[in-house]
Design a protein around this ligand. Structure first.
Ligand code: NAG
Ligand code: NAG
Ligand code: NAG
Ligand code: NAG
Ligand code: ZN
Length: 438
């Protein structure tokens, strides 16, 4: 039975199947994203000295490379691992330059187009859209995720309420799932958002996983039962809806929103540099073509403004803010914009320590944890600092798997282990909220 209802004909249902056969019969004839990444490489660099780092920065600025890690050229420094996506036409010159400058490097992905297509061939063959037997171990497009949300809203009306907090730049609804056992009593809440950065696909996948686990294990798992009885969860599976959609249709490595700029041709603002907390200082860029562009003013992005308004309105009962990113394997807490210790450091640090330990117990994945400024890098205007400054005491950002082997192209095979371990960390933090801080 087609979940979209009776209006869809049988022919329409067969179309994807025909397309799949065409793909199998004529391999190589249809390239994803118009074959735009053919011959592109992802290279990891280890600048050993200040001079090497300086030379790299200069080169990167000239070539306008797509930096994977860190997110801004200004953070490239000696002793910092740097992952960079290099276009095919620039790779020869760059490799020659690395040799000449004696900068140590390693090629992480030899041909980005091939890497991308290798994963997606498997993807088209798996059960993607059925909602009665939903596949949580594949990446889902925005449309699929929205259908799923509406389906849950209908099917689990006792636990889930779906609503929109506004519209994106391109006019898409900004949906939030409110999850928890309905109760007249006052309940505190946890906010969870995924997909602020479009290309970090494992984020939205985790948000979906979290909801699935909650619904599936509420009856059997006493921890989940306690969580859903005592708290509401506000879950935003895809924060940057326009960017996420664009990363499926045009550019797999798109990071920002899709807003237009009146003076530059480059589009988009970094939705994690657009918040009113030390806005556009260190670790953010004033240039609209940069991946860490802070925007023309704080909350210029309708997505950021909608979420900020919602959090402002509900900050009294929202006790935790959790934001999901990739990749680095880290659990971060404030501050991000400065090197300073937050007032309730010991409570927050203890929660992070326990969460990371719980996460590691599943598959042994090593996560670093600590204040974002010291653990990752200084970045201003982000949502985690903003939530903390606006009175949400437990504010965390997860950088999920991996540490660069696949980077943003984390294979679907790793969705299950990644989500299973992360689930434990989130449950651990949540249970911590319900106790008194030691
Ligand atoms: C490499 O190709 C991109 C587009 O694919 C183009 O914008 C850029 O100017 C080219 N660079 C060189 C050095 O030819
Ligand atoms: C979710 O379901 C409720 C009824 O249970 C309905 O009032 C609401 O409009 C639905 N949300 C959306 C976004 O359709
Ligand atoms: C949280 O993790 C710690 C280990 O770090 C573990 O002892 C504890 O049982 C976990 N609690 C929950 C609720 O998962
Ligand atoms: C620190 O913790 C105390 C006790 O839990 C709480 O009352 C206070 O609001 C917290 N302060 C901050 C800045 O989170
Ligand atoms: Zn991110």
């Amino acid at each position: 039975m087609n979940f979209l209802g009776k209006s869809r004909s049988r022919t329409a249902a067969l179309l994807p199947l025909c397309w799949l056969f065409l793909k199998i019969l004529r391999p190589g004839h249809s390239h994803l994203y118009n074959n735009r990444y053919a011959g592109d490489k992802v290279i990891r660099l280890f600048p050993k000295t200040d001079g090497e780092a300086h030379a790299l920065k200069k080169m990167f600025r000239q070539l306008q490379v797509d930096l994977w890690q860190p997110s801004s050229i200004s953070h490239v420094s000696e002793g910092t691992v740097t992952d960079v996506h290099v276009l095919q036409n620039a790779s020869q010159a760059l490799l020659a330059f690395f040799h000449e400058a004696n900068i140590q490097y390693e090629i992480l992905i030899e041909d980005l187009q091939k890497a991308l297509e290798k994963e997606s061939i498997l993807r088209t063959q798996r059960n993607r859209r059925s909602l009665s037997d939903y596949n949580y171990e594949v990446y889902h497009s925005l449309e699929e995720i929205q259908d799923w949300m509406h389906h849950l809203n209908k099917t689990y009306s006792g636990f889930i309420h779906l609503f929109s907090i506004g519209r994106s730049y391109e006019g898409r609804s900004l949906f939030i799932l409110k999850l928890g056992r309905r109760s007249r009593a006052y309940k505190r809440a946890v906010w969870i958002d995924c997909g602020i950065h479009a290309r970090e696909w494992i984020g939205p996948t985790f948000c979906q996983w979290f909801v699935k686990e909650a619904l599936l294990t509420y009856r059997s798992d006493p921890v989940m039962k306690t969580m859903l009885n005592h708290l509401y969860f506000y879950i935003m599976p895809v924060f940057n809806v326009d960017g996420y959609h664009f990363s499926w249709t045009h550019d797999r490595f798109w990071r920002k929103t899709r807003s237009r700029n009146s003076r530059f041709h480059c589009r988009g603002v970094d939705a994690n540099r657009n918040w009113k907390v030390k806005w556009c200082a260190e670790g953010a860029s004033v240039h609209p073509c940069d991946d860490t562009y802070c925007g023309p003013f704080p909350e210029s992005e309708p997505e950021v403004k909608a979420v900020a308004n919602f959090l402002r309105k509900h900050r009294k009962h929202i006790r935790a803010y959790l934001s999901f990113h990739a990749y680095a394997q880290m659990l971060l807490y404030p501050y991000s914009y400065k090197y300073a210790t937050i007032p309730n450091f010991s409570c927050v640090e203890y929660a992070a320590y326990k969460a990371v330990k719980a996460l590691r117990s599943v598959h042994g994945a090593q996560y670093k944890y600590g204040p974002a400024s010291r653990t990752l890098y200084v970045s201003s205007g982000n949502s985690m600092d903003w939530a903390y400054k606006n009175g949400i005491p437990y504010s965390f950002a997860f950088e999920l798997r991996d540490t660069g082997h696949f980077g943003f192209l984390l294979p679907e095979m790793l969705i299950k282990p990644t989500c299973t371990e992360t689930m434990l960390a989130v449950k651990n933090i949540t249970m911590h909220l319900l106790k008194k801080c030691p």
